[in-house]
Write a protein that binds this ligand. Structure first.
Ligand code: F6R
Length: 364
């Protein structure tokens, strides 16, 4: 049932404050200001490295998780798309925690990677949405998301719920390895607890995003730029746009523009820049100015401070609430999803059932 919504995708975007809060509630202890994973029966302090394996949108959760886990817990992390993982003959070992991420829990490549890791003696955790799925049954440590059924083929609420669990896992690993003192952990818990409200503030920009969508719907190519944990979010933005609007889109690390893709820029190419204010902001904005100098039409997603610093000359800006850079990908996912959604609606594509795609990919 779509309720008041025109599409399941729209409904699922709007459910995010609630389902992310539901998911966080099983990983946060707000009174103690601590993160608490379900009892894993497993000592996280002995982990020497983490191997994350997933497909598509879930793989971008893994890529964001790499920034978080390495920064907070100082544990090396490798991230693979599942279709490549086994065939590159990865070096596995007992010091490793495997981590699969999947909404359906049935994606064939991810399931095969899970089985491969287990056969090689690796303990495997799984961030999984469907509790009765094959992966949920086969992982050693289940870290459930509580997104509820996701019907739209384009993943939205599963993505942000996976990020919420990933953040909790990163904090837990950091604590287990003595990298986080109680005050630092309390601060992150407070930031995470604010995510649902910040998502509501982000959703309040829906009408503005809808109004700019027709301009972007006419583009042949769209680029998405971000840095740090917002770089994988740029990849996610590009994937979301291509799968439902059929517009060619690419995500790049903002600093990579001048190594090639800037050649694409002219006044026909919209460039979506994801740049919360914070330590990486100035560098991203200078990459944005390089795009503007070549006539590129910039849509900047930032907070009030960032937008003030960026100046004018933008095609559009979308103002996010001010959030800690660590949790920004959870909140900035909302305008990225809404933009793809409204561009697809403006183009008249089948948003919930895009051509050539299936919700669950059960062949390798
Ligand atoms: C994109 C999308 C896909 C899935 C991918 C993995 O919007 O939905 O890229 O993320 O097929 O699916 P799960 O998470 O079910 O393993």
């Amino acid at each position: 049932d779509k309720g008041n919504h025109r599409h399941f995708m729209q409904k699922e975007i709007y459910e995010q404050p609630v389902v992310v809060a539901q998911t966080l509630s099983s990983y946060l202890r707000p009174v103690e200001e601590q993160v608490a994973l379900p009892d894993l029966g497993f000592d996280l302090s002995r982990i020497g490295r983490v191997a994350i394996v997933a497909c598509g949108t879930a793989s971008y959760v893994g890529a964001i998780g790499k920034y978080w886990i390495e920064q907070l817990a100082r544990v090396p992390v490798e991230v693979d798309v599942a279709s490549e993982f086994r065939y590159r003959e990865p070096v596995l070992g007992p010091d490793m925690l495997g981590l699969v991420i999947s909404q359906s829990g049935e994606t064939a490549d991810t399931l095969a990677a899970l089985r491969h890791m287990k056969a090689e003696g690796v303990t495997v955790a799984g961030i999984i949405n469907v509790p009765t799925s094959s992966m949920a049954r086969e992982v050693d440590l289940l870290l459930p998301t509580h997104a509820g059924p996701e019907i739209g083929v384009a993943s939205t609420k599963a993505f942000t719920c996976q990020l919420a669990v990933m953040a909790a896992l990163a904090v837990n690993l950091a604590r287990a390895r003595g990298r986080l003192n109680p005050a630092e952990e309390a601060e992150i818990v407070r930031q995470l607890a604010e995510v649902p409200a910040a998502m509501n503030a982000a959703l309040a920009h829906d009408a503005e995003i809808e109004a700019m969508a027709p301009t972007i719907a006419g583009a042949r190519d769209v680029l998405y730029l971000g840095r740090g944990p917002d770089y994988p979010l740029a990849l996610e933005g590009a994937l979301k746009l291509k799968e439902i609007s059929y517009i060619h889109a690419e995500g790049y690390a903002a600093g990579e523009m001048k190594h090639g893709p800037i050649a694409l820029i002219d006044d026909q190419v919209p460039v979506v820049v994801i740049a919360p204010s914070g330590p990486l902001f100035d560098k991203t904005v200078s990459n944005m100015q390089e795009v503007r100098a070549r006539g590129g039409k910039v849509v900047l997603i930032s907070d009030a401070d960032g937008l003030a610093q960026a100046g004018d000359g933008l095609l559009a800006s979308i103002e996010m609430p001010r959030v800690h850079p660590l949790i920004a990908p959870l909140v900035y996912a909302v305008p990225v999803q809404l933009l793809a959604y409204h561009v697809a609606v403006a183009k008249g594509t089948d948003v919930d059932q895009p051509r050539n795609l299936a919700k669950s990919v059960t062949v390798e």
